[in-house]
Write a protein that binds this ligand. Structure first.
Ligand SMILES: Nc1ncnc2c1ncn2[C@@H]1O[C@H](COP(=O)(O)OP(=O)(O)OP(=O)(O)O)[C@@H](O)[C@H]1O
Length: 504
């Protein structure tokens, strides 16, 4: 199930709380910046109080339906928790005053074409008879003249009967209208229930939700103490319970509002897989269609401009193949283990979890040598790591069985000689195999280097011999000899090859 809503809380059986709460400090100068920032208008912040506070306000206006602002809280519903935030919304009349003051002070600050600035009006949405909004005749009727007021065919009778006002009084008039209008915050909370999907149907899962026109009932199966089952019913009330008509009931009525410099937001919330994407996906396209219609019919030549955000292609990691993702996960795991080791070392913990990953296993010696040797607990660290992880399984205790006393009294540990514990589990086997492999690799590499050096030596001997007085050496060989001997020998060494090590 998902909901499309503003902040609020519905409690289980008691339905909706019709209660408004406002944050008085919304009007503090300090809060302006926050709201400006949240609206992406921080550049306006320097104007201080002349800029009315903005709010990140989400609403479903219009429809003449129940208007709600709901309390904070949390409820558990059908196995999921939903959280609702306290709306930081000022009382409507204060808001209108602020708006009016601003309009009087600097009407020129408003740009009728900037959608962002519509957020100045946010919560004060005039009553709008929705039935009129989208009847084709009124909605797309060409506007006579260029007054903003004239272009409001959707405002209730009280507002549409206003006389035309001069352009420069537009905002002032608008604010006054706002004050006069029913300044109730408009929030519409609707819910959509996802039908059982194929998988759920295949498993014959039960649909535990009944829907009604504006409420739904959840049937929750519970167990009594004696393990007998019973069903508890929970009823939740919404503005509407919808299905296909989501756009028509929610977004469509608020589209005209943005032409009155009001910000309208629609969002969905719900647990994963409940249908948020499915529900929201078609809405922007439909809204764009209606916005364009309004711009080019009702609000033509009103100076409105439409801005949309550019989509930027993101470098998506889901394209990675399985192997890459496994490697990525392993890397993260290793880094986490490394972090744990560093933290343990930093805290002087007796046990350093080097076995957390291959990386830390390989790095163990480096850490122990370089980090803990100066500390008195060097033996402890090494010892702990090599034994602690295996202790629960090392109950044979024949070859090595550290006492509790030993483990707890870390100051004594340094006096105990380093003990190579018995290799007791598969981790140790893995480590030994790894070390063995590493040693073999080093030996192979060493052999290879030795062979290479022998070849070079031989070649150098030949060249030096050829370079003796009386021997002819062509330019090429001279150069070669010179560069090779420089590469390996200090210039002061007369016989360059005498300094070659026998082994590496
Ligand atoms: N009303 C519906 N009718 C039919 N199928 C639906 C409906 N709602 C959702 N689904 C299907 O349910 C599945 C999950 O939906 P969706 O991806 O929209 O969930 P979501 O809430 O966005 O999940 P998430 O939070 O994980 O992104 C999808 O396969 C979707 O097609």
């Amino acid at each position: 199930m998902n909901g499309v809503a503003r902040q609020g809380q519905r409690s289980g059986a008691t339905g909706v709380h019709h209660q408004r709460q406002y944050s008085d400090n919304f009007f503090d100068g300090s809060s302006n910046g926050r709201w400006l920032q949240s609206a992406g208008l921080q550049h306006l912040q320097t104007s201080g109080n002349s800029i009315p506070p903005l709010q990140d306000y989400n609403m479903y206006g219009g429809g003449g339906q129940g208007t709600r602002m709901l309390r904070n809280g949390q409820r558990s519903f059908n196995g999921m928790n939903e959280y609702y935030m306290e709306p930081s919304t000022p009382p409507g009349n204060h808001r209108a005053s602020s708006q009016k003051k601003n309009a009087e002070d600097s009407p020129g600050d408003f740009s009728p074409g900037l959608l962002d600035l519509h957020s100045f009006d946010t919560e004060l949405i005039p009553e709008m008879p929705v039935s009129n909004v989208y009847d084709g005749a009124s909605m797309y009727q060409p506007v006579q003249g260029n007054s903003f007021d004239d272009s409001e065919p959707y405002i209730s009778g009280k507002q549409t009967s206003r006389a035309r006002v001069p352009e420069n009084n537009l905002l002032k008039s608008f604010s006054v209208d706002k004050e006069k209008s029913n300044s109730v915050a408009k929030i519409k909370v609707v819910v959509r229930k996802r039908p059982l999907n194929k998988k759920e149907l295949a498993k014959s899962e039960e649909d535990i939700i009944d829907t009604h026109s504006n409420s739904l009932t959840v049937h929750e199966t519970k167990l009594k103490v004696d393990l007998t089952q019973y069903v508890e019913k929970h009823e939740f009330v919404f503005d509407a319970v919808l299905n296909e008509e989501v756009y028509h009931e929610t977004v469509e009525p608020i589209v005209p509002i943005i032409f009155q410099r009001t910000k309208a937001t629609c969002f969905a919330y719900g647990q994963t897989g409940s249908g948020k994407t499915y529900t929201m996906k078609p809405l922007p396209l439909k809204a764009s269609r209606d916005i364009l219609r309004l711009m080019y019919h009702t609000y033509r030549n009103q100076g409105f401009q439409l801005f949309i955000l550019q989509e930027v292609n993101v470098g998506d990691t889901t394209d990675n193949d399985k192997q890459t993702r496994i490697e990525g996960a392993e890397i993260n795991k290793s880094l986490l283990a490394l972090k744990e080791c560093i933290r343990a070392l930093d805290n002087d913990q007796g046990h350093i979890p080097f076995r957390g990953s291959k990386l830390t296993e390989v790095l163990r010696d480096s850490f122990v040598e370089s980090t803990t040797i100066p500390l008195s607990s060097v033996t402890t660290s090494t010892f702990e790591d090599r034994t602690a992880d295996a202790w629960p399984e090392e109950d044979d205790g024949d070859e090595f069985s550290p006492s509790e006393e030993y483990c707890e009294q870390s100051d004594q540990r340094k006096d105990i000689p380093k003990v190579e514990p018995k290799v007791a589990n598969s981790d140790d086997d893995d480590l030994n195999a790894l070390l063995q492999e590493e040693e073999e690799l080093v030996n192979a590499h060493r052999k290879q280097v030795e062979e290479t050096m022998n070849i070079v030596k031989e070649e150098m001997n030949l060249l030096v011999e050829a370079d003796q007085p009386g021997n002819q050496l062509d330019d090429y060989n001279q150069t070669k000899c010179h560069s090779i001997s420089e590469g390996f020998c200090h210039p002061s060494v007369t016989n360059p090859f005498s300094s070659f090590p026998e082994t590496f």
